[in-house]
Design a protein around this ligand. Structure first.
Ligand SMILES: Nc1ncnc2c1ncn2[C@@H]1O[C@H](COP(=O)(O)OP(=O)(O)OP(=O)(O)O)[C@@H](O)[C@H]1O
Length: 581
């Protein structure tokens, strides 16, 4: 955790043992609400360590690439290559049994800038790696300029923790990932388990307005969330019911789509056929985006009434702001361009097949499905690409008028668009609906929307800045958790090495008094001082091992010890090393 406070701003209260007549402490200037401590328990995920995805066709039972390797999680690639021994085994692997102690001990080998445990992995690595002495990073990193206009009190709160809204969003997403599935339990089909239905219109019987009676794909489809047996990740599986693959070659196009990694296209992992559902089903496996909703559901479903400034409830506005509409147009154009450049066509530029996966963040879903389903009698690629552009025109009209039927009365819809938005939107729609002469291409569209691209780029860079600020606030959390773990191991230990007084004697006594200094202070009336900023400041200083000194007072008030954070850090590390040995 980094603090937004400068050292002059922190007046940590002096430890006053209850009953002693010590001078009254100065109140801490920046107190954090104590309920911040009650934030939901953080459950770390090890997605970074998950093995790479292996498609069903290439999977081998017992394949070593799929074996779980606990050390892989904390060995950065650069470090692993530096520490390879003559047998080709990394030191990190050979020290696997010391994982916990090493990881906790990471800070002992020096102040490793990345705080990633590199220092503890290997003495050789420690000698060769690039180390810095970034004391300031551990103490009071100033807030970035765009949050500088907050009051000191707000800065104190913001400086320590991620914003509550972002935290809540991330927690909700993290909950949504595994919700409803117990790993390894439930139905297993084709290497996937769980199969939780995602489609809120599960088994939709009546097609949406403008759709074929058989639904968007001309076949009954179902969407599930399922876990992958081999990599433990979750995917969105789309099942086409009762579909017989005319030709194995139909699935080869999925390979082409697999190679496309684009921020506005939902990634496809594989497609396979199965009889696991009691019929002949075709399954497409896509990346799972937690809490995604379709553009249709987000913008076209009725919204609950909202409170008006006059205190009365009124209908919520359905009009999409022009800035957002342009952002949608830009993102979908970018997805179209990626597909066309790769010699493919999206074919699902449709309001119910575009997912909203974050704030104004779009991803075109279900790519490759039509390529497989219509493999035998498909239109030419050129025609499909022209249709993508036409579909983009239809989408803009539908969203701009927030009505599915708007495309059926174009003159009226264009009139509406020119009243609500700048003329550029209407001109773009006219271009997309116009005759191809000889044919249109997506680059012409991008040339038309050029100036809007800059607006969108600026907005997304500002969003990036904000997220970076949020990340910086959490930067040092791991260090402080490690430190608290060490305290937990040392303090109040009933016995060590046949010594029941181990945790109360020698340097451990200092650690105990420091714990009182940090957590058990009372103010002049004997009330507990519950000041999170004091706790975080002290722990940060201890973690950095600064030379600053503090006065520790025994519980009976009879003795005073002046100790520096540096000495105390050494005491903590020595005690922990004793235990870990
Ligand atoms: N890749 C995905 N990741 C996460 N959720 C998804 C994904 N694909 C679909 N979903 C969820 O499944 C829901 C249903 O998707 P689907 O494409 O069937 O939309 P629909 O509105 O039901 O369309 P249709 O009328 O064609 O059935 C979406 O609202 C979304 O919440």
């Amino acid at each position: 955790m980094t603090s937004a406070l400068s050292s002059q701003h922190v007046h940590a209260p002096v430890f006053v043992p209850s009953g002693s007549a010590a001078p009254s402490p100065k109140p801490a200037q920046a107190r954090l609400p104590t309920d911040l401590v009650n934030a939901p328990v953080f459950v770390p995920k090890s997605s970074a360590a998950a093995p790479a995805f292996v498609p069903a066709s290439e999977r081998k039972v017992g394949s070593s690439s799929l074996a779980f390797n606990p050390t892989a999680e904390f060995v950065p690639r650069s470090a692993a290559s530096q520490t390879e021994d003559s047998t080709g085994q990394t030191e990190a692997t050979s020290h696997a049994q010391d994982y916990d102690a090493h990881y906790l001990d990471a800070t002992d080998a020096g102040l490793d800038y990345y705080g990633n445990g590199l220092g503890a992995l290997s003495a050789n690595a420690a000698q060769t790696r690039f180390t810095r002495q970034p004391l300031n990073y551990h103490l009071y990193a100033p807030a970035l300029p765009h949050v500088a206009n907050l009051t000191p009190q707000q800065q104190a709160v913001c400086g320590f923790f991620m914003s509550p809204t972002l935290r809540e969003d991330l927690h909700l997403k993290s909950d949504a990932i595994a919700q409803g599935i117990s790993p390894g339990e439930g139905t297993e089909i084709g290497g996937y388990w769980g199969f939780i239905p995602l489609d809120t219109n599960f088994g939709r019987q009546t097609p949406r307005e403008g759709q074929s009676p058989k639904g968007f794909f001309g076949h009954k489809t179902w969407v599930y969330k399922a876990g992958h047996e081999a990599d433990g990740r979750y995917y969105a599986l789309r099942r086409v019911e009762n579909f017989r693959l005319p030709h194995e070659a139909a699935l080869t196009v999925v390979e082409k789509w697999r190679r496309i990694a684009h921020p506005n296209i939902v990634g496809i992992r594989e497609a396979y056929t199965t009889h696991g559902f009691g019929d002949s089903s075709l399954i497409f496996v896509y990346d799972f985006h937690p809490l995604a909703s379709t553009l249709h559901d987000h913008h076209l479903l009725p919204k609950p009434p909202v409170m008006r400034p006059n205190g009365r409830l009124g209908p919520a506005s359905t009009q999409i702001p022009e800035r957002v509409l342009w952002s949608y147009i830009i993102q979908i154009s970018s997805a179209i361009r990626a597909a066309h450049t790769a010699g493919l066509a999206l074919r699902t530029v449709e309001i119910s097949k575009i997912l909203l996966t974050g704030k104004n963040r779009l991803r075109v879903n279900c790519c490759s499905m039509f390529d497989v389903l219509r493999f035998e009698n498909d239109a030419s690629l050129e025609m499909q690409q022209q249709e993508d552009l036409f579909d983009l025109g239809k989408l803009i009209v539908t969203l701009g008028c927030t009505s599915l039927s708007a495309v059926h009365n174009l003159p009226r819809s264009l009139d509406h668009l020119s009243r609500q938005y700048s003329n550029d939107i209407k001109n773009l729609v006219l271009f997309l609906f116009g005759k191809p002469e000889p044919r249109k291409n997506i680059d012409e569209v991008l040339a038309m929307i050029g100036p809007r691209l800059l607006d969108d780029l600026n907005a997304s860079q500002s969003e990036n800045d904000l997220l970076e600020t949020e990340l910086m606030r959490e930067l040092e959390n791991a260090r402080l958790v490690r430190l608290l773990c060490k305290f937990g191991f040392i303090n109040e230990r009933p016995e060590f090495d046949h010594d029941p007084r181990w945790s109360e004697t020698g340097d451990r006594y200092l650690i105990k008094l420091f714990r009182d200094y940090v957590f058990h202070q009372v103010e002049e009336h004997g009330h507990p001082v519950v000041d999170l900023s004091h706790v975080l400041t002290c722990l940060n200083k201890l973690d950095a091992g600064v030379d600053e000194k503090m006065t520790l007072v025994s519980r009976d008030g009879q003795s005073c010890l002046i100790v520096s954070y540096r000495d105390l850090k050494q005491a903590v590390n020595a005690a922990f090393r004793d235990l870990a040995r």
